[in-house]
Ligand binder design. Structure first.
Ligand SMILES: Nc1ncnc2c1ncn2[C@@H]1O[C@H](COP(=O)(O)OP(=O)(O)OP(=O)(O)O)[C@@H](O)[C@H]1O
Ligand SMILES: [Mg+2]
Length: 519
Protein backbone atom coordinates (compact mmCIF):
# COMPACT_ATOMS: atom_id res chain seq x y z
CA UNK A 1 0.00 0.00 0.00
CA UNK A 2 2.90 2.30 0.66
CA UNK A 3 4.09 2.08 -2.92
CA UNK A 4 1.55 4.50 -4.32
CA UNK A 5 3.30 7.64 -5.54
CA UNK A 6 1.77 11.07 -5.06
CA UNK A 7 2.58 14.25 -6.95
CA UNK A 8 0.34 16.97 -5.57
CA UNK A 9 0.44 19.57 -8.31
CA UNK A 10 -2.73 21.51 -7.43
CA UNK A 11 -1.35 22.07 -3.95
CA UNK A 12 2.15 22.86 -5.13
CA UNK A 13 1.39 25.09 -8.10
CA UNK A 14 -1.50 27.18 -6.82
CA UNK A 15 -1.74 29.66 -3.94
CA UNK A 16 -2.99 28.28 -0.64
CA UNK A 17 -4.64 29.62 2.48
CA UNK A 18 -2.04 30.73 5.07
CA UNK A 19 -4.29 29.36 7.82
CA UNK A 20 -4.58 25.62 8.26
CA UNK A 21 -7.60 24.93 10.39
CA UNK A 22 -11.23 24.09 9.81
CA UNK A 23 -12.77 27.26 11.22
CA UNK A 24 -15.48 28.44 8.77
CA UNK A 25 -14.36 31.59 7.00
CA UNK A 26 -14.05 33.48 3.77
CA UNK A 27 -10.82 32.38 2.14
CA UNK A 28 -9.50 35.01 -0.26
CA UNK A 29 -6.58 34.95 -2.65
CA UNK A 30 -6.21 31.18 -2.29
CA UNK A 31 -7.48 28.05 -4.01
CA UNK A 32 -6.97 25.54 -1.21
CA UNK A 33 -6.61 25.12 2.51
CA UNK A 34 -4.59 22.45 4.25
CA UNK A 35 -7.00 20.52 6.45
CA UNK A 36 -6.91 17.07 7.99
CA UNK A 37 -9.83 14.67 7.76
CA UNK A 38 -11.55 14.27 11.14
CA UNK A 39 -10.99 10.70 12.37
CA UNK A 40 -14.04 8.47 12.72
CA UNK A 41 -14.96 5.89 15.36
CA UNK A 42 -14.99 2.59 13.52
CA UNK A 43 -14.06 2.46 9.83
CA UNK A 44 -15.45 -0.56 8.01
CA UNK A 45 -15.07 -1.23 4.29
CA UNK A 46 -18.48 -1.74 2.65
CA UNK A 47 -17.61 -1.84 -1.03
CA UNK A 48 -14.79 -1.16 -3.44
CA UNK A 49 -14.15 -0.93 -7.14
CA UNK A 50 -11.96 -3.69 -8.47
CA UNK A 51 -10.96 -1.59 -11.48
CA UNK A 52 -9.99 1.51 -9.52
CA UNK A 53 -8.14 -0.53 -6.91
CA UNK A 54 -6.21 -2.27 -9.69
CA UNK A 55 -5.35 1.03 -11.34
CA UNK A 56 -3.98 2.34 -8.04
CA UNK A 57 -2.03 -0.84 -7.43
CA UNK A 58 -4.04 -2.09 -4.44
CA UNK A 59 -4.25 -5.87 -4.22
CA UNK A 60 -7.29 -7.65 -2.82
CA UNK A 61 -5.23 -8.27 0.31
CA UNK A 62 -4.43 -4.54 0.62
CA UNK A 63 -8.08 -3.64 0.25
CA UNK A 64 -9.24 -6.10 2.90
CA UNK A 65 -6.65 -4.99 5.46
CA UNK A 66 -7.90 -2.72 8.29
CA UNK A 67 -5.28 -0.16 7.25
CA UNK A 68 -7.12 0.40 3.95
CA UNK A 69 -10.41 1.26 5.66
CA UNK A 70 -8.50 3.48 8.09
CA UNK A 71 -6.85 5.46 5.29
CA UNK A 72 -10.05 5.89 3.27
CA UNK A 73 -12.05 6.87 6.32
CA UNK A 74 -9.54 9.65 6.97
CA UNK A 75 -8.00 8.06 10.07
CA UNK A 76 -4.52 7.59 8.61
CA UNK A 77 -2.43 8.86 5.72
CA UNK A 78 -0.24 7.05 3.24
CA UNK A 79 3.20 8.52 2.59
CA UNK A 80 2.84 11.37 0.10
CA UNK A 81 -0.75 12.25 0.98
CA UNK A 82 -1.26 15.95 1.80
CA UNK A 83 -4.93 16.62 2.64
CA UNK A 84 -6.57 19.84 1.47
CA UNK A 85 -9.95 21.33 0.69
CA UNK A 86 -10.44 23.55 -2.34
CA UNK A 87 -12.09 26.93 -2.69
CA UNK A 88 -14.87 27.51 -5.20
CA UNK A 89 -18.11 29.43 -5.63
CA UNK A 90 -21.11 28.83 -7.80
CA UNK A 91 -24.49 29.72 -9.20
CA UNK A 92 -27.09 27.65 -7.40
CA UNK A 93 -30.53 27.37 -9.03
CA UNK A 94 -29.69 30.38 -11.17
CA UNK A 95 -28.37 32.66 -8.41
CA UNK A 96 -24.85 33.58 -7.42
CA UNK A 97 -24.14 31.93 -4.06
CA UNK A 98 -20.66 33.28 -3.30
CA UNK A 99 -18.01 31.11 -1.67
CA UNK A 100 -18.96 27.43 -1.32
CA UNK A 101 -15.84 25.26 -1.50
CA UNK A 102 -15.21 21.70 -0.39
CA UNK A 103 -17.33 21.71 2.74
CA UNK A 104 -17.08 17.98 3.24
CA UNK A 105 -14.73 16.81 0.51
CA UNK A 106 -11.06 16.55 1.40
CA UNK A 107 -8.46 15.74 -1.24
CA UNK A 108 -5.70 13.38 -0.20
CA UNK A 109 -3.40 14.12 -3.10
CA UNK A 110 -2.78 13.17 -6.72
CA UNK A 111 -1.75 9.55 -7.12
CA UNK A 112 -0.01 8.15 -10.18
CA UNK A 113 -1.88 5.12 -11.44
CA UNK A 114 -0.58 1.96 -13.10
CA UNK A 115 -1.66 3.31 -16.47
CA UNK A 116 0.43 6.43 -15.90
CA UNK A 117 -2.70 8.54 -15.46
CA UNK A 118 -2.96 10.74 -12.42
CA UNK A 119 -5.84 10.43 -10.01
CA UNK A 120 -6.78 13.00 -7.45
CA UNK A 121 -8.16 11.02 -4.53
CA UNK A 122 -10.82 12.76 -2.52
CA UNK A 123 -12.81 11.72 0.53
CA UNK A 124 -16.42 12.90 0.57
CA UNK A 125 -17.81 13.17 4.08
CA UNK A 126 -14.41 13.44 5.81
CA UNK A 127 -15.32 16.18 8.28
CA UNK A 128 -15.32 19.94 8.58
CA UNK A 129 -13.24 22.32 6.51
CA UNK A 130 -13.17 26.13 6.37
CA UNK A 131 -15.80 25.75 3.63
CA UNK A 132 -18.32 23.80 5.71
CA UNK A 133 -20.25 26.93 6.71
CA UNK A 134 -22.73 25.72 9.35
CA UNK A 135 -22.83 22.07 8.20
CA UNK A 136 -21.10 19.05 9.71
CA UNK A 137 -18.74 17.94 6.94
CA UNK A 138 -20.22 14.46 6.94
CA UNK A 139 -22.25 12.31 4.54
CA UNK A 140 -24.89 9.67 5.23
CA UNK A 141 -24.73 6.07 4.12
CA UNK A 142 -27.66 6.32 1.70
CA UNK A 143 -26.15 9.17 -0.35
CA UNK A 144 -22.69 7.59 -0.21
CA UNK A 145 -23.96 4.24 -1.55
CA UNK A 146 -25.65 6.15 -4.36
CA UNK A 147 -22.49 8.12 -5.17
CA UNK A 148 -20.26 5.05 -5.05
CA UNK A 149 -22.47 2.93 -7.27
CA UNK A 150 -23.38 5.55 -9.84
CA UNK A 151 -19.79 6.74 -10.29
CA UNK A 152 -18.75 3.27 -11.35
CA UNK A 153 -21.98 2.48 -13.23
CA UNK A 154 -21.54 5.59 -15.38
CA UNK A 155 -17.96 4.63 -16.14
CA UNK A 156 -19.07 1.20 -17.33
CA UNK A 157 -21.78 2.82 -19.46
CA UNK A 158 -19.03 4.82 -21.14
CA UNK A 159 -20.16 8.18 -19.75
CA UNK A 160 -17.38 10.57 -18.61
CA UNK A 161 -17.43 10.64 -14.82
CA UNK A 162 -15.49 10.95 -11.62
CA UNK A 163 -14.80 7.48 -10.27
CA UNK A 164 -15.10 5.83 -6.88
CA UNK A 165 -12.44 3.68 -5.23
CA UNK A 166 -14.31 2.60 -2.13
CA UNK A 167 -17.08 3.13 0.36
CA UNK A 168 -16.35 3.02 4.08
CA UNK A 169 -18.83 3.12 6.97
CA UNK A 170 -17.69 5.47 9.71
CA UNK A 171 -19.37 3.78 12.65
CA UNK A 172 -20.76 7.19 13.55
CA UNK A 173 -24.25 8.58 13.28
CA UNK A 174 -25.10 11.72 11.32
CA UNK A 175 -28.15 13.89 11.99
CA UNK A 176 -30.25 14.69 8.91
CA UNK A 177 -33.67 16.17 8.31
CA UNK A 178 -34.22 14.19 5.12
CA UNK A 179 -37.31 16.03 3.90
CA UNK A 180 -36.61 19.36 5.57
CA UNK A 181 -39.85 18.98 7.50
CA UNK A 182 -38.59 19.40 11.04
CA UNK A 183 -38.00 15.70 11.71
CA UNK A 184 -34.24 15.19 11.90
CA UNK A 185 -33.08 11.63 12.46
CA UNK A 186 -29.79 9.94 13.18
CA UNK A 187 -28.51 7.97 10.21
CA UNK A 188 -25.36 5.91 9.69
CA UNK A 189 -22.46 7.88 8.25
CA UNK A 190 -20.13 6.87 5.43
CA UNK A 191 -17.30 8.17 3.28
CA UNK A 192 -16.69 7.62 -0.42
CA UNK A 193 -13.21 7.90 -1.84
CA UNK A 194 -13.64 9.47 -5.26
CA UNK A 195 -11.02 9.62 -7.96
CA UNK A 196 -10.67 11.88 -10.99
CA UNK A 197 -7.89 13.55 -12.96
CA UNK A 198 -9.20 16.71 -11.29
CA UNK A 199 -12.24 17.93 -9.40
CA UNK A 200 -11.91 21.49 -10.73
CA UNK A 201 -15.39 22.93 -11.32
CA UNK A 202 -16.75 25.96 -13.16
CA UNK A 203 -17.18 27.50 -9.72
CA UNK A 204 -13.41 27.44 -9.10
CA UNK A 205 -13.09 30.09 -11.82
CA UNK A 206 -16.21 32.00 -10.89
CA UNK A 207 -15.13 32.76 -7.34
CA UNK A 208 -11.86 34.62 -8.02
CA UNK A 209 -13.57 36.36 -10.95
CA UNK A 210 -16.42 37.56 -8.72
CA UNK A 211 -13.89 38.88 -6.22
CA UNK A 212 -11.80 40.64 -8.85
CA UNK A 213 -8.83 38.37 -8.06
CA UNK A 214 -7.62 38.39 -11.62
CA UNK A 215 -4.09 37.15 -11.04
CA UNK A 216 -5.46 34.12 -9.17
CA UNK A 217 -7.96 33.46 -11.92
CA UNK A 218 -5.20 33.62 -14.51
CA UNK A 219 -3.02 31.24 -12.53
CA UNK A 220 -5.83 28.73 -12.27
CA UNK A 221 -6.65 28.96 -15.98
CA UNK A 222 -3.06 28.46 -17.02
CA UNK A 223 -2.56 25.62 -14.53
CA UNK A 224 -5.69 23.89 -15.82
CA UNK A 225 -4.55 24.19 -19.42
CA UNK A 226 -0.99 23.05 -18.78
CA UNK A 227 -1.95 20.12 -16.55
CA UNK A 228 -5.19 18.93 -18.12
CA UNK A 229 -5.19 20.21 -21.70
CA UNK A 230 -1.50 19.78 -22.62
CA UNK A 231 -2.35 19.14 -26.27
CA UNK A 232 -3.34 22.80 -26.74
CA UNK A 233 -0.60 24.85 -28.35
CA UNK A 234 -0.04 28.37 -29.64
CA UNK A 235 0.37 31.63 -27.77
CA UNK A 236 -1.36 32.29 -24.46
CA UNK A 237 -4.40 33.97 -26.03
CA UNK A 238 -4.91 31.18 -28.55
CA UNK A 239 -4.53 28.46 -25.95
CA UNK A 240 -7.03 30.09 -23.62
CA UNK A 241 -9.54 30.49 -26.43
CA UNK A 242 -9.11 26.90 -27.60
CA UNK A 243 -9.35 25.70 -24.04
CA UNK A 244 -12.67 27.39 -23.41
CA UNK A 245 -13.93 25.96 -26.71
CA UNK A 246 -12.84 22.49 -25.68
CA UNK A 247 -14.54 22.82 -22.30
CA UNK A 248 -17.72 23.73 -24.19
CA UNK A 249 -17.32 20.78 -26.51
CA UNK A 250 -16.68 18.28 -23.73
CA UNK A 251 -19.69 19.59 -21.83
CA UNK A 252 -21.82 19.16 -24.96
CA UNK A 253 -20.70 15.57 -25.37
CA UNK A 254 -21.42 14.89 -21.71
CA UNK A 255 -24.95 16.24 -22.04
CA UNK A 256 -25.58 14.05 -25.09
CA UNK A 257 -24.39 11.07 -23.05
CA UNK A 258 -26.69 11.82 -20.13
CA UNK A 259 -29.58 12.09 -22.57
CA UNK A 260 -28.55 8.83 -24.22
CA UNK A 261 -28.66 6.80 -21.03
CA UNK A 262 -31.54 8.58 -19.27
CA UNK A 263 -29.55 10.14 -16.44
CA UNK A 264 -30.91 13.17 -14.60
CA UNK A 265 -28.24 14.91 -12.55
CA UNK A 266 -30.66 16.83 -10.38
CA UNK A 267 -28.41 19.69 -9.18
CA UNK A 268 -26.66 21.22 -12.16
CA UNK A 269 -25.37 24.23 -10.25
CA UNK A 270 -22.13 25.67 -11.66
CA UNK A 271 -20.27 24.29 -8.64
CA UNK A 272 -21.31 20.84 -9.82
CA UNK A 273 -20.00 21.13 -13.38
CA UNK A 274 -16.55 19.76 -14.04
CA UNK A 275 -14.06 21.69 -16.16
CA UNK A 276 -13.03 18.32 -17.66
CA UNK A 277 -16.54 17.47 -18.81
CA UNK A 278 -16.99 14.71 -16.21
CA UNK A 279 -20.17 13.92 -14.35
CA UNK A 280 -19.52 15.25 -10.86
CA UNK A 281 -21.52 15.20 -7.59
CA UNK A 282 -23.95 12.29 -7.44
CA UNK A 283 -26.54 13.93 -5.21
CA UNK A 284 -30.28 13.67 -5.83
CA UNK A 285 -29.76 12.21 -9.30
CA UNK A 286 -32.16 9.74 -10.88
CA UNK A 287 -32.71 7.53 -13.90
CA UNK A 288 -35.61 8.00 -16.26
CA UNK A 289 -38.03 5.11 -15.96
CA UNK A 290 -41.44 5.89 -17.56
CA UNK A 291 -40.25 8.33 -20.19
CA UNK A 292 -40.91 11.93 -19.15
CA UNK A 293 -38.63 14.77 -20.19
CA UNK A 294 -40.11 16.93 -17.42
CA UNK A 295 -39.11 14.59 -14.63
CA UNK A 296 -36.66 15.58 -11.93
CA UNK A 297 -35.78 13.39 -8.96
CA UNK A 298 -34.82 16.40 -6.82
CA UNK A 299 -37.62 17.24 -4.38
CA UNK A 300 -36.06 20.67 -3.72
CA UNK A 301 -36.57 21.49 -7.41
CA UNK A 302 -40.04 19.98 -7.67
CA UNK A 303 -41.81 23.22 -8.44
CA UNK A 304 -39.42 25.05 -10.70
CA UNK A 305 -38.03 21.89 -12.35
CA UNK A 306 -35.00 23.82 -13.47
CA UNK A 307 -32.94 20.65 -13.65
CA UNK A 308 -35.47 18.36 -15.30
CA UNK A 309 -34.24 15.72 -17.76
CA UNK A 310 -35.13 17.49 -21.00
CA UNK A 311 -33.67 20.79 -19.84
CA UNK A 312 -30.15 19.54 -19.10
CA UNK A 313 -28.49 20.55 -22.40
CA UNK A 314 -29.94 24.07 -22.08
CA UNK A 315 -28.84 24.38 -18.46
CA UNK A 316 -25.30 23.29 -19.34
CA UNK A 317 -25.24 26.06 -21.94
CA UNK A 318 -26.42 28.57 -19.36
CA UNK A 319 -23.70 27.38 -16.99
CA UNK A 320 -21.07 27.77 -19.71
CA UNK A 321 -22.33 31.33 -20.09
CA UNK A 322 -21.52 31.92 -16.41
CA UNK A 323 -18.07 30.41 -16.95
CA UNK A 324 -17.53 32.65 -19.98
CA UNK A 325 -18.49 35.66 -17.91
CA UNK A 326 -15.99 34.66 -15.23
CA UNK A 327 -13.23 34.25 -17.81
CA UNK A 328 -13.97 37.44 -19.70
CA UNK A 329 -11.35 39.58 -17.88
CA UNK A 330 -8.70 37.33 -19.42
CA UNK A 331 -9.85 37.95 -22.99
CA UNK A 332 -9.27 41.09 -25.05
CA UNK A 333 -12.68 40.73 -26.68
CA UNK A 334 -15.80 38.64 -26.23
CA UNK A 335 -15.36 37.00 -29.63
CA UNK A 336 -13.39 33.88 -28.53
CA UNK A 337 -15.86 33.22 -25.73
CA UNK A 338 -18.80 33.57 -28.08
CA UNK A 339 -17.05 31.23 -30.50
CA UNK A 340 -16.61 28.74 -27.66
CA UNK A 341 -20.28 28.86 -26.79
CA UNK A 342 -21.08 28.30 -30.45
CA UNK A 343 -18.85 25.23 -30.29
CA UNK A 344 -21.14 23.94 -27.56
CA UNK A 345 -24.15 24.31 -29.83
CA UNK A 346 -22.44 22.69 -32.80
CA UNK A 347 -20.95 19.87 -30.74
CA UNK A 348 -24.26 19.17 -29.07
CA UNK A 349 -26.09 18.98 -32.39
CA UNK A 350 -23.44 16.61 -33.76
CA UNK A 351 -23.40 14.45 -30.62
CA UNK A 352 -27.19 14.33 -30.48
CA UNK A 353 -27.33 13.18 -34.11
CA UNK A 354 -24.85 10.42 -33.37
CA UNK A 355 -26.93 9.39 -30.37
CA UNK A 356 -30.12 9.35 -32.47
CA UNK A 357 -28.49 7.24 -35.17
CA UNK A 358 -27.00 4.89 -32.58
CA UNK A 359 -30.13 4.42 -30.51
CA UNK A 360 -32.36 3.89 -33.54
CA UNK A 361 -29.82 1.67 -35.30
CA UNK A 362 -29.25 3.86 -38.35
CA UNK A 363 -26.02 3.75 -40.35
CA UNK A 364 -25.97 7.57 -40.43
CA UNK A 365 -28.12 10.43 -39.30
CA UNK A 366 -30.25 11.85 -42.11
CA UNK A 367 -32.63 14.80 -42.33
CA UNK A 368 -35.82 13.88 -40.58
CA UNK A 369 -34.27 11.47 -38.10
CA UNK A 370 -34.53 13.95 -35.26
CA UNK A 371 -38.26 14.18 -35.94
CA UNK A 372 -38.45 10.37 -35.96
CA UNK A 373 -36.71 10.28 -32.58
CA UNK A 374 -38.89 13.07 -31.17
CA UNK A 375 -41.98 11.18 -32.28
CA UNK A 376 -40.74 8.02 -30.56
CA UNK A 377 -40.10 9.97 -27.37
CA UNK A 378 -43.63 11.40 -27.57
CA UNK A 379 -45.00 7.89 -28.01
CA UNK A 380 -42.99 6.62 -25.02
CA UNK A 381 -44.22 9.52 -22.89
CA UNK A 382 -47.87 9.18 -23.89
CA UNK A 383 -47.93 5.41 -23.59
CA UNK A 384 -45.95 5.32 -20.33
CA UNK A 385 -43.06 3.27 -21.69
CA UNK A 386 -39.91 2.62 -19.70
CA UNK A 387 -37.06 4.43 -21.44
CA UNK A 388 -34.41 1.74 -20.99
CA UNK A 389 -36.71 -1.12 -21.94
CA UNK A 390 -38.27 0.88 -24.77
CA UNK A 391 -34.98 1.55 -26.55
CA UNK A 392 -33.61 -1.89 -25.86
CA UNK A 393 -36.74 -3.41 -27.43
CA UNK A 394 -36.22 -1.51 -30.68
CA UNK A 395 -33.28 -3.78 -31.48
CA UNK A 396 -35.71 -6.70 -31.60
CA UNK A 397 -38.17 -5.05 -34.01
CA UNK A 398 -38.34 -6.87 -37.33
CA UNK A 399 -38.61 -4.13 -39.97
CA UNK A 400 -40.40 -6.51 -42.34
CA UNK A 401 -43.12 -7.24 -39.80
CA UNK A 402 -43.04 -4.57 -37.08
CA UNK A 403 -45.04 -5.42 -33.99
CA UNK A 404 -45.35 -4.29 -30.40
CA UNK A 405 -44.38 -7.72 -29.06
CA UNK A 406 -40.80 -6.77 -28.09
CA UNK A 407 -42.24 -3.91 -26.02
CA UNK A 408 -44.62 -6.10 -24.05
CA UNK A 409 -42.87 -5.65 -20.69
CA UNK A 410 -42.06 -1.96 -21.09
CA UNK A 411 -45.45 -0.42 -20.24
CA UNK A 412 -46.32 1.06 -16.85
CA UNK A 413 -50.04 1.45 -17.41
CA UNK A 414 -52.38 -0.91 -19.18
CA UNK A 415 -54.97 1.73 -20.08
CA UNK A 416 -52.39 3.99 -21.64
CA UNK A 417 -50.91 1.06 -23.53
CA UNK A 418 -54.29 0.31 -25.07
CA UNK A 419 -55.07 3.92 -25.81
CA UNK A 420 -51.73 4.53 -27.50
CA UNK A 421 -51.47 1.27 -29.47
CA UNK A 422 -52.64 2.76 -32.79
CA UNK A 423 -50.18 5.66 -32.51
CA UNK A 424 -47.41 3.25 -31.57
CA UNK A 425 -48.14 1.06 -34.57
CA UNK A 426 -48.10 4.13 -36.81
CA UNK A 427 -44.71 5.05 -35.45
CA UNK A 428 -43.39 1.53 -35.92
CA UNK A 429 -44.50 1.61 -39.55
CA UNK A 430 -42.68 4.89 -40.04
CA UNK A 431 -39.58 3.47 -38.35
CA UNK A 432 -39.71 0.32 -40.46
CA UNK A 433 -39.92 2.43 -43.60
CA UNK A 434 -36.85 4.37 -42.49
CA UNK A 435 -34.97 1.13 -41.79
CA UNK A 436 -35.91 -0.20 -45.23
CA UNK A 437 -33.85 2.62 -46.73
CA UNK A 438 -30.89 2.09 -44.42
CA UNK A 439 -27.89 0.03 -45.56
CA UNK A 440 -27.12 -1.74 -42.24
CA UNK A 441 -27.78 -5.51 -42.23
CA UNK A 442 -30.29 -6.34 -39.48
CA UNK A 443 -27.87 -8.39 -37.36
CA UNK A 444 -25.30 -5.62 -37.34
CA UNK A 445 -27.98 -3.05 -36.61
CA UNK A 446 -29.21 -4.97 -33.57
CA UNK A 447 -25.69 -5.46 -32.26
CA UNK A 448 -24.91 -1.76 -32.65
CA UNK A 449 -28.14 -0.81 -30.92
CA UNK A 450 -27.43 -3.09 -28.00
CA UNK A 451 -24.06 -1.40 -27.60
CA UNK A 452 -25.62 2.02 -27.00
CA UNK A 453 -28.99 1.17 -25.45
CA UNK A 454 -28.14 -0.34 -22.06
CA UNK A 455 -30.07 -3.26 -20.66
CA UNK A 456 -29.15 -2.48 -17.05
CA UNK A 457 -29.02 0.93 -15.42
CA UNK A 458 -28.91 1.90 -11.77
CA UNK A 459 -32.67 2.08 -11.38
CA UNK A 460 -33.58 4.29 -8.47
CA UNK A 461 -35.35 1.53 -6.59
CA UNK A 462 -32.44 -0.91 -7.04
CA UNK A 463 -30.09 1.52 -5.37
CA UNK A 464 -32.65 2.05 -2.62
CA UNK A 465 -32.93 -1.69 -1.97
CA UNK A 466 -29.14 -1.97 -1.66
CA UNK A 467 -29.18 1.01 0.72
CA UNK A 468 -31.88 -0.46 2.94
CA UNK A 469 -29.99 -3.75 3.15
CA UNK A 470 -26.80 -1.89 4.00
CA UNK A 471 -28.60 0.10 6.67
CA UNK A 472 -29.63 -3.25 8.19
CA UNK A 473 -25.98 -4.29 8.24
CA UNK A 474 -25.77 -6.30 5.02
CA UNK A 475 -23.61 -4.45 2.48
CA UNK A 476 -23.51 -7.34 -0.01
CA UNK A 477 -26.23 -5.79 -2.18
CA UNK A 478 -23.88 -2.95 -3.11
CA UNK A 479 -21.26 -5.31 -4.52
CA UNK A 480 -23.95 -7.34 -6.29
CA UNK A 481 -25.27 -4.25 -8.06
CA UNK A 482 -21.80 -3.08 -8.94
CA UNK A 483 -21.07 -6.46 -10.47
CA UNK A 484 -24.25 -6.28 -12.54
CA UNK A 485 -23.52 -2.75 -13.71
CA UNK A 486 -20.04 -3.66 -14.88
CA UNK A 487 -21.63 -5.01 -18.06
CA UNK A 488 -24.66 -2.81 -18.66
CA UNK A 489 -25.00 -3.65 -22.35
CA UNK A 490 -24.85 -7.43 -22.07
CA UNK A 491 -27.81 -9.68 -21.44
CA UNK A 492 -26.91 -11.40 -18.19
CA UNK A 493 -28.76 -14.70 -17.85
CA UNK A 494 -30.27 -15.12 -14.39
CA UNK A 495 -30.29 -11.38 -13.75
CA UNK A 496 -33.40 -10.49 -15.76
CA UNK A 497 -35.12 -9.13 -12.65
CA UNK A 498 -32.61 -6.26 -12.49
CA UNK A 499 -33.64 -5.18 -15.98
CA UNK A 500 -37.36 -5.15 -15.24
CA UNK A 501 -39.36 -1.96 -15.06
CA UNK A 502 -39.82 -0.28 -11.69
CA UNK A 503 -42.27 -2.19 -9.50
CA UNK A 504 -45.47 -0.39 -8.49
CA UNK A 505 -44.51 -0.12 -4.83
CA UNK A 506 -41.52 2.03 -5.78
CA UNK A 507 -43.44 4.58 -7.80
CA UNK A 508 -43.87 7.30 -5.22
CA UNK A 509 -41.53 6.06 -2.57
CA UNK A 510 -38.83 8.36 -1.13
CA UNK A 511 -35.44 7.23 -2.34
CA UNK A 512 -36.99 5.53 -5.37
CA UNK A 513 -38.57 8.41 -7.25
CA UNK A 514 -38.05 11.39 -4.98
CA UNK A 515 -34.64 12.28 -3.70
CA UNK A 516 -33.78 14.85 -1.14
CA UNK A 517 -30.72 17.10 -1.30
CA UNK A 518 -30.13 16.24 2.33
CA UNK A 519 -27.17 13.94 2.21
N1 LIG B 1 -22.73 18.02 5.26
C1 LIG B 1 -22.04 19.03 4.75
N2 LIG B 1 -21.09 19.65 5.45
C2 LIG B 1 -20.40 20.67 4.96
N3 LIG B 1 -20.59 21.19 3.75
C3 LIG B 1 -21.53 20.62 2.97
C4 LIG B 1 -22.31 19.52 3.42
N4 LIG B 1 -23.16 19.17 2.44
C5 LIG B 1 -22.92 20.01 1.41
N5 LIG B 1 -21.94 20.89 1.73
C6 LIG B 1 -21.41 21.97 0.89
O1 LIG B 1 -22.49 22.67 0.28
C7 LIG B 1 -22.14 23.04 -1.06
C8 LIG B 1 -23.14 22.52 -2.05
O2 LIG B 1 -23.36 21.17 -1.83
P1 LIG B 1 -23.60 20.06 -2.92
O3 LIG B 1 -24.71 19.23 -2.45
O4 LIG B 1 -23.57 20.57 -4.30
O5 LIG B 1 -22.17 19.30 -2.85
P2 LIG B 1 -21.74 17.99 -2.20
O6 LIG B 1 -22.70 16.93 -2.52
O7 LIG B 1 -21.39 18.15 -0.77
O8 LIG B 1 -20.35 17.75 -2.84
P3 LIG B 1 -19.66 17.52 -4.25
O9 LIG B 1 -20.10 18.60 -5.19
O10 LIG B 1 -18.23 17.64 -3.86
O11 LIG B 1 -20.02 16.17 -4.72
C9 LIG B 1 -20.73 22.53 -1.27
O12 LIG B 1 -19.87 23.59 -0.95
C10 LIG B 1 -20.61 21.43 -0.28
O13 LIG B 1 -19.28 21.17 0.11
MG1 LIG C 1 -21.72 19.70 -5.05
Amino acid sequence: MDELIFDNTFLRALPGDPLADAVPREVRGALHTTVMPTPVAAPRLLAWSREMAGELGFSEQDVQAPAFAAVFAGNALLPGMQPYATNYGGHQFGHWAGQLGDGRAIALGEAIGRSGHRWELQLKGAGRTPYSRSADGRAVLRSSVREFLCSEAMHHLGVPTTRALCLVATGEAVLRDMFYDGHPQLEPGAIVCRAAPSFIRFGHFELPAARGEQALLEQLVDFTITRHFPHLTGDVAARRADWFGEVCERTARLMAEWMRVGFVHGVMNTDNLSILGLTIDYGPYGWIEDFDPDWTPNTTDRRQRRYRFGQQPAVAYWNLGRLAQALSPLFASAEPLQAGLQRYVDAYVAAERAVIAGKLGLADWRDGDDALMAAWQDRMRDAGIDMTLGFRALAAIDPRAPSLAPLADAFYDEARRERETPALLDWLARYAARLAGDPLPQAERSARMRAVNPRYVLRNYLAQQAIERAEQGDAAGIGELLDLLRHPYEDQPGREAFAARRPDWARDRPGCSMLSCSS
